[in-house]
Design a binder for this molecule. Sequence first.
Ligand code: UGA
Length: 469
Amino acid sequence: MSKAIQIAVVGSGYVGLVAAVCFAEMGHDVICVDNDERKVAALQGGDTLIHESYLPELLERYRNTKVRFMTDLAEATRSCEAIFIAVGTPQSETGDADLSYVEAVACEIARSLTTYKVIVEKSTVPVYTNEWIRRAIERNGVARELFDVVSNPEFLREGTAVADFLHPDRIVVGANNDRAAAVLSDIYAPLTGGSYYQRADAIAGPCSAVEPPQLLLTSTKSAEIIKHASNAFLALKISFINAVSNLCEAADANVEQVAKGMGLDSRIGPKFLRPGIGYGGSCFPKDVAAFRSVAEQLGIDFNLLTEVEKINAQQKKRFLSKVRSALWTLRGKRIGVLGLAFKGETDDIRESPAIELVQMLMAEGCSIVAYDPAAMKRTAEVLPESPQLRYALDSYAAADDADALVILTDWAEFAALDLDRLNKTLRYPIMIDGRNLFDPQIMAERGFTYISTGRPATYPVRDPLAAEA
Ligand code: UGA
């Protein structure tokens, strides 16, 4: 039986909140600290704050018992053995990660340190941050033997965050001594030892007692680089397939067949080879820029990352020109938009390529009726309703009388839409699909002009455009 450890998690964003409830689910006692009083009160009172599978159930189970929410970091520091820093590291104007929140938390922790603690950097940070945290704490008068700083990057994805946390591909622990590494090993023991997966009420996922996740012990710097390099590599994979999809369009080939053929090579693998309108979200754009900036500061030429960003930006413009060439002119056209979140199954719109495209379409003079299953409220905060932009109650209402329907987010519910009903609802049955949710052949059979990404366009029989194509 693993022992329960007293853990503080600082920050109640995606990573902090999910880590806090998952540590409780693993049997530990957790204090989740945030300096935003309103957020803390909301969490104490039963709000979940973010749209995430299993989060409501786990919060219900552990709220105010095994997970307590508070604003008092000093108290949390005094009563916990390990303190995880999971605060934001937003992008600064130069592309660097802004580490001022991390620094502020480190200094505040330092002021309450009287017995040995392990301070764990969980936010995504550039290499050397671990050392800076150590120096900041020492500068605040804390003796070196009273603490260690460990790097434990998090690899969860939004939408599947809880399952990703409890069923990780790997757990990376960057520690420069055995004492600190041992604390982290104890914390993750329910996962690495497999006992968690034997529980009848364990959250389901790929790990099991027979195949538990591996804990990879590295130096602190390597752990920091593993996180940035992993995100940058995934972004590169997406930009690569987007470039290939453009090539497929030019050669009249099918990117899905190409991606399948590539992905069957076990050295390449099938994941993250879905072309689209470019990657977005709170991580990839920021982390690619930060990694590029780290390389620059270390005197390393990593222009590859600049190309990754360039392809990502072009992908949105390319989609806009597809809409334009499908509709001839854009001014005054009414476009139904499905999807606003940066990807399906989340309400997060940070750096969403869908939002950027809505803005680009509006700048071209289109009027938009948009629908998203979860992200409309957040979108309306940045793009309020206007004569040019309305939010619809469902997908069919967004399509109603529209000159074309565009798909910008890969929500599963969009792929299950009734195509005959959509066809009748639209003014013209034209769909431009940025996420390849439909089979082009079926779309043609159902009477659509269907333009997708990296696959030949298909047209309904007797469509005048088909004769030209
Ligand atoms: C990403 C990583 O996948 C996580 O491992 C990491 O922990 C996280 O960032 C982070 O650093 O916090 P997330 O941002 O939640 O997770 O989203 P992803 O599922 O990775 O998707 C990112 C973007 O890439 C989305 O816009 C998505 O639509 C796009 N994407 C993804 C593609 O265009 N094609 C693909 O094949 C996969």
